[in-house]
Design a protein around this ligand. Sequence first.
Ligand code: ZN
Length: 384
Amino acid sequence: MGQILITHGKLVTPTGILEADLLVVDGKIAAIGKNQAGPSGTRTLDARGNWVLPGFIDTHVHGGLDADTMHATPAAFDTISRHLARHGVTGWVPTLFACPADALSRVLSAIEEAMRHQGPGARILGAHLESGFIAPKFKGAQPPEALRPMADPALREVIRRHAEVIRIVTLAPELSGAAELIQELVLLGIRVSMGHTDATYEQVMAGAAAGATRVTHLCNAMRPFHHREPGTLGAALVEDALDAEIVADMVHVHPAGIRIAYRCKGADRLMLVSDALMGTGLPPGIHVLDGREIHIGQDVARLPDGTIAGSCITLDRALRNVVTDIGVSIPEAARMAASTPARSLGLTDRGSLEVGMRADLAILDADFRCQGTLVAGVRVFAPE
Ligand SMILES: [Zn+2]
């Protein structure tokens, strides 16, 4: 794999920002410090004073550049992986809309295959099922005909059969049979995220007690806060056992909402996700995507009736937003984009710039534009 010495970078490490060199050997960070020198044959990558951050990990992505995870083709996953790598993302969790069991099985098989043949882009880390087990009232852009009871034998069988590839299941904890399903998913090694839900405060707490550890796109598609019934949102904000995703496009959640979430959860419990749709990366305007008319804006995608269908951002942009609009420091933003999502998935070998970690790196300039991305020490994106 060889060695690379990254020089002249502002390294965003867990202990602060260091103007130092970073040595990569065999895909891992081997040393951090001033005036490092690698073994003979070490190549040098001049970071030119740019930020060097841990590569971003996006746990909620539907697509990009006209490719959708539901297309379930090698080309679609490859397109999305390469697109994400252009934005500093080194790992992503393909996220699937609610769908019938046979379609789900087909998509999961395709993800398994894509994981076996990872191309030169962001790594696929497993699947996130924005599943059929959600509340009709908060289904958002999910197809209503795909919503199923939690006992649905066909969906349960597909999940068991593909448990290895499934990282996260989003579900509504107020639905009948939720505690039992959560326990089964946890035993299968799957992270349970509460979302698209009308759950009361108590129902969220019961979900957490059953083993759920995450909340899907905090504030969006969930029972809001009320001071006498704090709802899903109140429980998510106050319960430290829950990590929360947030879409920081500044449209899904008002900047003040993000500030509140950040103050309640902190950078170690709040993670940036894109919830990016297949229109991400396409020019703004009206597009027909998979036969559906979608209005692609600068940062957000909407259905013709104005419903938010998902975002069009990538995590470099989300990181810039929380730094410039919310006042989050760059080291904390790096935790929200890399360390916290890594930990939330149980990945202990990546997500921060420390010796021994995988050399998954994002290089961003002063305007937070990506100037280079490395996955396990291999450069997967360099600007033309
Ligand atoms: Zn989504």
